[in-house]
Structures are given as C-alpha cells and as structure tokens.
Design a protein around this ligand. Structure first.
Ligand code: NAP
Length: 308
C-alpha cells in the first residue's frame, strides 16, 4: 500500500457521508489517523461503538486541531457557523473542504472566517442514498461515482492535487469546475428532481379521491421510485433549496413550461408530441446506463418488485 495522503484527517459530521469517508479512507489507507466529531453525543457514541474513527473529539475545534485536512460533512446551512468554530484551531497550510450539495453558498459562508494560510477547496461527491446517520455509511459508497471539486483561483496546486488524489483513493472519478457552474448542473440533475419527488408524493397523499391506504397498497413503480427520493433527509434538502435558490428557481421555471407543453399535448390528443418526447427521454436513460451510472437490470436491479 502507498503512503497515506494525510497524517491526520478530521471529519466534522458523522452521518452517511462522513462515516462513508471514514470507512473508505481506512480501506484505502489514505490517512494515518482519522478523528471525528458530530454535534450530538448520541452520534459520537455511535461512531465510537462502530469503530470507524481512531478518535472521537469533544468539539469541532478539537477535531480540527493539527489536522492536515478537515472535511465538513454537515448540512450546507451549518457551514458558516462550524467554520467559525474551527478556523483558529486549524494549522497553517491545512486543507478545509466539504461535501455539500451546493458550492457557491459554501464558499460565501466559509471564506470570510478563514486566514489566507488555509486552503479552502470545496468538493461534492455525487454519491448518496436516502439513508442518513452514522450507521448508514459504507466503504463502497464512492466507488465509480463522480466527485466534483470547485477549487478557488488562489488555491495552491499541490493542495488541490492532494485532495484530488484523496477522492480518487476513496474510489471516485474526479472532475473540476467552478462553483456557479456546479450549482446550475446539480439544479438540473439532482435538486429539481428531488423537489418534484417531494411535490408529487405530497400531492398523491393529499388527493381526497384516493385514500392514503390505496396510495400505499397500489403504489406502482413510478410512484414508488419517487417515494424513495422523497424519503431523503429533510434537513439536508431544506438547506439545498435555501442555498441554491437562483439555479433551482431557474430550472424549475423551465420544468414548469415543459409540463404545460405535455399537459397541452394530452389535452389536444397530440400523440406525436408525446411519443417524440418519450423517445428522447428513453435515449437519455440509455446514455446513463452506458456511462455506468446505473444498472440496466429491470426494476433498478431490485431482487423482485415489492408486493402490495
Ligand atoms: P446526515 O447523515 O444527516 O449527517 C449529518 C451529520 O452532520 C450528522 O452527524 C450531524 O450530527 C452533523 N451535524 C449537523 N449539524 C452540525 C453542526 N452544526 N456541527 C457539527 N455536526 C453537525 O447527512 P449526510 O447525508 O451525511 O449529508 C451531509 C452533507 O453531505 C450535506 O451537506 C449534504 O448536502 C451532502 N451530501 C449528501 C448526499 C446524500 O445523498 N445524503 C450526497 C452528497 C452530498 P448529529 O448526528 O449529531 O445530528
């Protein structure tokens, strides 16, 4: 095994993403020591029991002390407050990075608290599940998944290269882009689809003509797949929408227009318009499978469809 990339790695936030980084960093021998901290004593105790850290710290500042790299694995809305807690404890030259699903806001919240000697290099692994908490993590989460870095113009090239090597060591393919572009891309591929899932699952359960028990009992694959996405963590997703407001609203406007076009096609019996659109979308799905981003097995590779 090659030399560890970091002597001491600090993880602040020990939920799905934080615990998965710990498992995968251990698997790859990427840090000599992994220290972690989470807000509640319950999560810290669970992390200690599961044993994916070398040491559990009593505060965010204690975790960050002497770390070569600190990764904030917390909801986007908490980045500013936690950066303020750790900024003075971090050693000069250390990397401060994160895993948040929005990047422009992370930079705006964190940068004002940091001296020039700290390398702020935001990152976002495009990997996740609808589970949360320290017990949800696993070492393979990032394997073959993209991680997007959004380095800042003043970043030290060597620090960026080390962080890139770290994410590759966790199993990811790594891409780089600026934060504003990241936020637009993710609004299309992730944020608005989640919003639509939250909306449609809520609508179905509100419809008075369909009893709630029927929604559950007869849930066909379309609805069922939306419910998986709509079960994602409410705190995380609240923060995503509050912190990627412009891009989300822009994409949502386009989606709304397209929905009206489909509504019109249905109303006027325009089968050609529907067929054309569904043929285009089928090709997009094929592209995703060919790129290795999903399985082509029926029912997303589930063993068998759940029975009512
Ligand atoms: P999670 O499982 O809910 O874990 C969040 C962790 O952050 C918990 O350990 C929580 O501590 C801790 N935390 C929250 N506020 C804190 C604070 N002020 N100080 C210290 N710790 C704090 O969430 P997650 O899924 O790992 O998501 C974490 C980040 O990853 C989010 O920014 C999200 O946007 C990003 N992300 C998520 C996914 C996904 O699919 N889940 C994918 C890519 C990126 P307690 O347990 O004590 O409350």
């Amino acid at each position: 095994m090659s030399e560890p990339i970091f002597d001491r790695l600090a993880l602040i936030g020990l939920g799905l993403i934080g615990s998965s980084i710990a498992h995968a960093a251990r698997r790859g021998g990427l840090a000599r020591e992994i220290v972690g901290y989470a807000r509640s004593s319950e999560t810290r105790e669970t992390a200690a029991r599961l044993g994916f850290l070398d040491r559990v710290a009593d505060s965010a500042a204690e975790a960050a002390t002497d770390a070569d790299c600190v990764i904030l694995c917390i909801p986007v809305g908490s980045i500013g407050a936690v950066t303020a807690q750790i900024a003075d404890a971090m050693k000069p030259g250390a990397i401060l990075t994160d895993v948040g699903s929005v990047k422009g806001s992370v930079i705006a919240q964190a940068a004002p608290h940091l001296p020039d000697s700290i390398q702020l290099i935001p990152a976002h692994p495009i990997a996740g599940t609808e589970q949360s908490g320290p017990e949800a993590g696993f070492a393979e989460l990032f394997d073959g998944r993209w991680c997007i870095l959004t380095p800042l113009p003043g970043n030290d090239a060597d620090a960026v290269a080390r962080l890139r090597a770290f994410w590759e060591g966790l199993g990811s393919d790594v891409a780089s882009m600026d934060a504003a572009h990241h936020d637009r891309v993710l609004a299309v591929t992730s944020h608005v689809p989640h919003l639509i899932a939250y909306s449609i699952v809520g609508t179905a359960s509100d419809l008075e003509t369909v009893a709630e028990s029927e929604v559950v009992k007869y849930s066909a694959s379309g609805f069922r797949d939306f419910t998986r996405i709509a079960a994602s963590d409410p705190t995380m997703w609240r923060d995503v929408f509050l912190h990627n407001k412009e891009a989300t609203l822009e994409v949502l406007g386009r989606v709304t227009e397209d929905l009206f076009a489909l509504q019109r096609a249905i109303r006027w019996g325009d089968g050609d318009a529907l067929f054309e659109r569904f043929t285009e979308t089928r090709a997009i799905r094929r592209g995703i499978v060919e790129a290795g981003q999903d399985t082509d097995r029926p029912n997303f590779g589930r063993e068998k469809p759940p029975r009512a």
